[in-house]
Design a protein. Structure first.
Length: 143
């Protein structure tokens, strides 16, 4: 799979309307159709965190390295999306279908970027921690 089909943001802060006061330290895997928030440090989501830690791709690896391995061993975007849905147990707190979005936009502030996702009454966002990752994110969804 080539890099224009998928983007891994290794260090991001994610928020959503399910948990509006929590910033979740995450990795985010972006495709043109979805983005997937994979928590790396959790508060109140230990069941999912344990599921990920015990998954075959993550044994003995950090979540970032496990996701890199998953991406490198996947031959198509469709396969990657279905593996991530399975990994995240089809939980809509972590899986965002861009075709269902009422709006998406990338906002910038002092060089930092935030991806905003809005669907009917719910919203979600994530911000890469580095300016370089923010630029990659903006370029990825700009194409």
């Amino acid at each position: 799979m080539d890099s224009s089909e998928c983007l891994l943001v290794e260090d991001a802060l994610a928020m959503n309307s399910h948990m509006p006061m929590k910033q979740v330290h995450s990795c985010v895997v972006c495709t043109k159709n979805f983005y997937f928030v994979v928590p790396t440090k959790t508060v109140g989501m230990f069941v999912l965190f344990d599921t990920i830690k015990n998954h075959a791709f993550f044994e003995g690896l950090s979540i970032q390295d496990g996701l890199k391995k998953l991406i490198s061993e996947t031959s198509s975007v469709d396969e990657l999306e279905s593996k991530l849905k399975e990994l995240l147990e089809n939980n809509d707190k972590y899986i965002f279908d861009l075709s269902e979005a009422k709006s998406t936009k990338i906002k910038g502030f002092l060089g930092k970027k935030t991806f905003m996702y809005r669907r009917s009454k719910s919203w979600a966002s994530f911000s890469p921690k580095t300016k370089a990752a923010g630029k990659l994110l903006a370029d990825f969804y700009d194409k």
